[in-house]
Design a protein around this ligand. Structure first.
Ligand code: G
Ligand code: G
Ligand code: MN
Ligand code: NA
Length: 250
Protein backbone atom coordinates (compact mmCIF):
# COMPACT_ATOMS: atom_id res chain seq x y z
CA UNK A 1 0.00 0.00 0.00
CA UNK A 2 1.03 3.52 -0.68
CA UNK A 3 1.22 4.51 3.02
CA UNK A 4 4.19 2.22 3.52
CA UNK A 5 6.53 4.40 1.47
CA UNK A 6 5.21 7.57 3.04
CA UNK A 7 5.94 6.69 6.67
CA UNK A 8 9.61 7.64 6.57
CA UNK A 9 8.98 10.83 4.65
CA UNK A 10 6.22 11.65 7.12
CA UNK A 11 8.59 11.39 10.08
CA UNK A 12 11.21 13.55 8.34
CA UNK A 13 8.52 16.06 7.44
CA UNK A 14 7.20 16.21 11.06
CA UNK A 15 3.77 14.89 10.12
CA UNK A 16 3.56 12.76 13.28
CA UNK A 17 2.45 14.17 16.59
CA UNK A 18 1.35 12.93 19.99
CA UNK A 19 -1.83 13.60 21.91
CA UNK A 20 -2.06 12.94 25.63
CA UNK A 21 -5.04 11.36 27.36
CA UNK A 22 -5.29 12.13 31.08
CA UNK A 23 -4.94 9.36 33.64
CA UNK A 24 -6.53 10.08 37.01
CA UNK A 25 -6.49 8.94 40.60
CA UNK A 26 -9.93 7.33 40.88
CA UNK A 27 -10.30 8.33 44.55
CA UNK A 28 -10.04 12.04 43.86
CA UNK A 29 -10.35 12.41 40.10
CA UNK A 30 -7.12 14.41 40.00
CA UNK A 31 -4.83 14.09 36.99
CA UNK A 32 -1.70 12.05 37.76
CA UNK A 33 -0.37 11.48 34.27
CA UNK A 34 -1.26 10.81 30.65
CA UNK A 35 -0.99 8.21 27.91
CA UNK A 36 0.78 9.38 24.75
CA UNK A 37 -1.20 8.46 21.64
CA UNK A 38 0.27 8.75 18.18
CA UNK A 39 -1.36 10.60 15.27
CA UNK A 40 -0.31 11.08 11.66
CA UNK A 41 -1.27 14.31 9.97
CA UNK A 42 -1.11 13.07 6.39
CA UNK A 43 -0.80 15.83 3.75
CA UNK A 44 -3.70 14.55 1.63
CA UNK A 45 -5.54 11.97 3.77
CA UNK A 46 -5.91 14.05 6.93
CA UNK A 47 -5.37 12.64 10.41
CA UNK A 48 -4.72 8.89 10.37
CA UNK A 49 -5.16 6.75 13.49
CA UNK A 50 -2.39 4.40 14.64
CA UNK A 51 -4.62 1.36 14.09
CA UNK A 52 -4.27 2.11 10.37
CA UNK A 53 -0.48 2.43 10.20
CA UNK A 54 1.15 0.72 13.22
CA UNK A 55 0.68 -2.66 11.52
CA UNK A 56 2.38 -1.38 8.36
CA UNK A 57 5.22 0.15 10.39
CA UNK A 58 5.66 -3.16 12.22
CA UNK A 59 5.71 -5.13 8.98
CA UNK A 60 8.47 -3.03 7.42
CA UNK A 61 10.47 -2.42 10.61
CA UNK A 62 9.91 1.34 10.63
CA UNK A 63 8.21 0.99 14.04
CA UNK A 64 11.63 1.07 15.73
CA UNK A 65 12.52 4.48 14.31
CA UNK A 66 9.03 5.77 15.01
CA UNK A 67 9.20 4.31 18.52
CA UNK A 68 12.49 6.09 19.25
CA UNK A 69 11.05 9.39 18.08
CA UNK A 70 7.94 8.89 20.26
CA UNK A 71 9.94 8.14 23.37
CA UNK A 72 11.93 11.35 23.07
CA UNK A 73 8.88 13.42 22.12
CA UNK A 74 6.79 12.07 25.02
CA UNK A 75 9.58 12.50 27.59
CA UNK A 76 10.23 16.03 26.36
CA UNK A 77 6.55 16.94 26.72
CA UNK A 78 6.33 15.40 30.20
CA UNK A 79 9.24 17.56 31.37
CA UNK A 80 6.89 20.57 31.05
CA UNK A 81 4.17 18.94 33.16
CA UNK A 82 3.65 19.99 36.76
CA UNK A 83 3.98 17.88 39.86
CA UNK A 84 5.11 14.35 39.39
CA UNK A 85 2.90 13.64 36.37
CA UNK A 86 3.83 10.49 34.49
CA UNK A 87 3.76 9.80 30.77
CA UNK A 88 2.78 6.35 29.45
CA UNK A 89 4.22 5.36 26.07
CA UNK A 90 2.91 2.44 24.01
CA UNK A 91 5.64 0.05 22.94
CA UNK A 92 5.42 -2.46 20.10
CA UNK A 93 6.73 -5.99 20.79
CA UNK A 94 9.14 -5.46 17.88
CA UNK A 95 10.95 -2.72 19.78
CA UNK A 96 12.17 -5.40 22.19
CA UNK A 97 13.17 -7.82 19.46
CA UNK A 98 14.45 -5.70 16.56
CA UNK A 99 15.75 -2.84 18.61
CA UNK A 100 17.52 -2.19 21.89
CA UNK A 101 14.60 -0.69 23.79
CA UNK A 102 16.58 -0.33 27.02
CA UNK A 103 19.17 1.81 25.24
CA UNK A 104 16.46 3.87 23.54
CA UNK A 105 14.82 4.55 26.90
CA UNK A 106 18.13 5.45 28.55
CA UNK A 107 18.89 7.89 25.73
CA UNK A 108 15.44 9.49 25.83
CA UNK A 109 15.72 10.02 29.61
CA UNK A 110 19.27 11.35 29.33
CA UNK A 111 18.41 13.68 26.45
CA UNK A 112 15.31 15.15 28.08
CA UNK A 113 16.19 14.93 31.77
CA UNK A 114 12.91 13.23 32.67
CA UNK A 115 13.27 11.11 35.84
CA UNK A 116 12.75 7.41 35.05
CA UNK A 117 9.98 7.08 37.63
CA UNK A 118 7.84 9.44 35.54
CA UNK A 119 8.06 7.18 32.47
CA UNK A 120 5.63 4.29 32.07
CA UNK A 121 5.74 1.81 29.20
CA UNK A 122 2.57 0.08 27.98
CA UNK A 123 3.15 -3.35 26.52
CA UNK A 124 0.63 -5.89 25.30
CA UNK A 125 0.31 -9.57 26.10
CA UNK A 126 1.62 -10.39 22.62
CA UNK A 127 5.00 -9.09 23.82
CA UNK A 128 5.18 -12.26 25.93
CA UNK A 129 4.39 -14.61 23.03
CA UNK A 130 8.11 -14.93 22.55
CA UNK A 131 9.10 -15.09 26.20
CA UNK A 132 12.84 -15.10 25.71
CA UNK A 133 15.54 -14.47 28.28
CA UNK A 134 16.37 -11.27 26.39
CA UNK A 135 12.83 -9.94 26.86
CA UNK A 136 12.82 -10.75 30.58
CA UNK A 137 16.25 -9.17 30.95
CA UNK A 138 15.13 -5.98 29.20
CA UNK A 139 12.04 -5.68 31.39
CA UNK A 140 14.10 -6.28 34.51
CA UNK A 141 16.60 -3.58 33.48
CA UNK A 142 13.86 -1.06 32.75
CA UNK A 143 12.19 -1.69 36.12
CA UNK A 144 15.54 -1.44 37.89
CA UNK A 145 16.01 1.98 36.28
CA UNK A 146 12.67 2.98 37.83
CA UNK A 147 10.49 2.75 34.73
CA UNK A 148 6.95 1.39 35.33
CA UNK A 149 5.69 -1.43 33.10
CA UNK A 150 1.95 -1.65 32.41
CA UNK A 151 0.20 -4.51 30.63
CA UNK A 152 -2.22 -2.90 28.13
CA UNK A 153 -5.59 -4.17 26.84
CA UNK A 154 -5.79 -6.79 29.58
CA UNK A 155 -8.55 -9.33 29.02
CA UNK A 156 -8.43 -9.31 25.23
CA UNK A 157 -5.34 -11.50 24.86
CA UNK A 158 -4.67 -15.16 25.19
CA UNK A 159 -2.73 -15.28 28.46
CA UNK A 160 -3.61 -17.73 31.14
CA UNK A 161 -3.80 -16.32 34.64
CA UNK A 162 -0.90 -18.55 35.63
CA UNK A 163 1.26 -16.73 33.09
CA UNK A 164 0.22 -13.33 34.38
CA UNK A 165 1.63 -14.12 37.81
CA UNK A 166 5.06 -14.59 36.26
CA UNK A 167 5.13 -11.46 34.09
CA UNK A 168 7.62 -8.85 35.37
CA UNK A 169 5.12 -5.96 35.33
CA UNK A 170 3.89 -3.29 37.74
CA UNK A 171 0.31 -2.73 36.65
CA UNK A 172 -2.45 -3.90 34.39
CA UNK A 173 -4.82 -1.86 32.27
CA UNK A 174 -8.25 -3.50 32.00
CA UNK A 175 -9.43 -3.21 28.43
CA UNK A 176 -12.03 -0.54 27.79
CA UNK A 177 -14.51 -3.00 26.27
CA UNK A 178 -15.28 -4.38 29.75
CA UNK A 179 -15.53 -0.99 31.45
CA UNK A 180 -17.78 0.52 28.78
CA UNK A 181 -20.28 -2.34 29.16
CA UNK A 182 -20.09 -2.86 32.91
CA UNK A 183 -23.11 -0.77 33.87
CA UNK A 184 -25.43 -2.65 31.49
CA UNK A 185 -23.81 -6.06 31.16
CA UNK A 186 -23.50 -8.32 34.23
CA UNK A 187 -20.80 -10.49 32.65
CA UNK A 188 -18.56 -7.49 31.94
CA UNK A 189 -19.02 -6.26 35.49
CA UNK A 190 -18.13 -9.73 36.83
CA UNK A 191 -14.94 -9.71 34.75
CA UNK A 192 -13.93 -6.28 36.03
CA UNK A 193 -14.53 -7.37 39.63
CA UNK A 194 -12.48 -10.53 39.10
CA UNK A 195 -9.58 -8.70 37.45
CA UNK A 196 -9.54 -6.09 40.24
CA UNK A 197 -9.33 -8.89 42.83
CA UNK A 198 -6.65 -10.67 40.82
CA UNK A 199 -4.56 -7.50 40.57
CA UNK A 200 -4.81 -6.97 44.31
CA UNK A 201 -3.77 -10.58 44.96
CA UNK A 202 -0.74 -10.22 42.71
CA UNK A 203 0.13 -6.81 44.16
CA UNK A 204 -0.33 -5.10 40.80
CA UNK A 205 -1.87 -1.66 40.36
CA UNK A 206 -4.88 -1.43 38.13
CA UNK A 207 -5.79 1.16 35.50
CA UNK A 208 -9.37 1.17 34.18
CA UNK A 209 -9.67 2.35 30.58
CA UNK A 210 -12.68 3.70 28.73
CA UNK A 211 -14.50 5.34 31.65
CA UNK A 212 -17.23 7.32 29.91
CA UNK A 213 -19.58 8.12 32.80
CA UNK A 214 -20.11 8.84 36.45
CA UNK A 215 -21.71 5.40 37.01
CA UNK A 216 -18.57 3.56 35.93
CA UNK A 217 -16.35 5.87 37.98
CA UNK A 218 -18.40 5.27 41.15
CA UNK A 219 -18.45 1.50 40.63
CA UNK A 220 -14.71 1.29 40.00
CA UNK A 221 -13.92 3.47 42.98
CA UNK A 222 -16.02 1.16 45.16
CA UNK A 223 -14.07 -1.82 43.80
CA UNK A 224 -10.87 -0.16 44.98
CA UNK A 225 -9.40 0.38 41.51
CA UNK A 226 -6.60 2.94 41.80
CA UNK A 227 -6.36 4.65 38.43
CA UNK A 228 -8.57 5.42 35.46
CA UNK A 229 -8.67 6.85 31.98
CA UNK A 230 -11.52 7.65 29.60
CA UNK A 231 -13.57 10.32 27.88
CA UNK A 232 -15.28 11.14 31.22
CA UNK A 233 -11.98 12.54 32.49
CA UNK A 234 -10.63 13.74 29.16
CA UNK A 235 -10.03 12.86 25.53
CA UNK A 236 -6.59 12.66 23.97
CA UNK A 237 -5.42 16.30 23.87
CA UNK A 238 -2.37 18.47 23.37
CA UNK A 239 0.29 18.78 26.04
CA UNK A 240 -0.76 22.39 26.73
CA UNK A 241 -4.42 21.41 27.12
CA UNK A 242 -3.40 18.64 29.51
CA UNK A 243 -1.47 21.07 31.71
CA UNK A 244 -4.49 23.42 31.76
CA UNK A 245 -6.72 20.48 32.79
CA UNK A 246 -4.34 19.57 35.61
CA UNK A 247 -4.46 23.13 36.94
CA UNK A 248 -8.21 23.53 36.52
CA UNK A 249 -9.97 20.13 36.63
CA UNK A 250 -13.72 20.22 35.99
O1 G B 1 -5.54 6.52 19.90
P1 G B 1 -6.20 5.38 19.17
O2 G B 1 -7.48 4.87 19.69
O3 G B 1 -6.37 5.66 17.73
O4 G B 1 -5.16 4.20 19.31
C1 G B 1 -5.42 2.98 18.73
C2 G B 1 -4.42 1.99 19.20
O5 G B 1 -3.10 2.32 18.76
C3 G B 1 -4.38 1.91 20.72
O6 G B 1 -4.66 0.59 21.07
C4 G B 1 -2.98 2.29 21.10
O7 G B 1 -2.45 1.42 22.08
C5 G B 1 -2.18 2.16 19.82
N1 G B 1 -1.18 3.21 19.79
C6 G B 1 -1.39 4.53 19.94
N2 G B 1 -0.23 5.21 19.91
C7 G B 1 0.73 4.25 19.74
C8 G B 1 2.13 4.28 19.64
O8 G B 1 2.74 5.35 19.70
N3 G B 1 2.82 3.12 19.46
C9 G B 1 2.18 1.93 19.39
N4 G B 1 2.92 0.84 19.24
N5 G B 1 0.86 1.85 19.49
C10 G B 1 0.14 2.98 19.66
O1 G C 1 -5.18 0.32 23.34
P1 G C 1 -5.00 1.63 23.99
O2 G C 1 -5.49 1.59 25.39
O3 G C 1 -3.66 2.21 23.95
O4 G C 1 -6.01 2.60 23.27
C1 G C 1 -6.39 3.80 23.78
C2 G C 1 -7.40 4.36 22.83
O5 G C 1 -8.72 4.28 23.39
C3 G C 1 -7.15 5.81 22.52
O6 G C 1 -7.00 5.93 21.17
C4 G C 1 -8.37 6.54 22.97
O7 G C 1 -8.78 7.51 22.02
C5 G C 1 -9.42 5.47 23.13
N1 G C 1 -10.25 5.80 24.31
C6 G C 1 -9.81 6.28 25.48
N2 G C 1 -10.82 6.49 26.35
C7 G C 1 -11.94 6.12 25.70
C8 G C 1 -13.32 6.13 26.07
O8 G C 1 -13.73 6.51 27.18
N3 G C 1 -14.18 5.66 25.14
C9 G C 1 -13.80 5.25 23.91
N4 G C 1 -14.73 4.83 23.05
N5 G C 1 -12.50 5.24 23.52
C10 G C 1 -11.58 5.68 24.40
MN1 MN D 1 -2.29 1.96 25.55
NA1 NA E 1 -5.55 -0.42 26.15
Amino acid sequence: RRLEGELRLGLEDQQFFLLYQPQVDLKTGSVIGAEALLRWQHPSLGIISPSEFIGIAEANGFICELGRWMLVEACRAACDWPGDMSVAVNVSPLQFVKDDLVKDVEQALLLTGLPARRLHLEITESTFLDRTDDLLKSLAQLRKMGVTIALDDFGTGYSSLAYLAGFPIDKIKIDQSFIRKMSTDAASQAIVIAVAALARGLDLKIVCEGIEGDIEWTLLRQLGCEEGQGYFFGKPQTSQELVALYRDPH
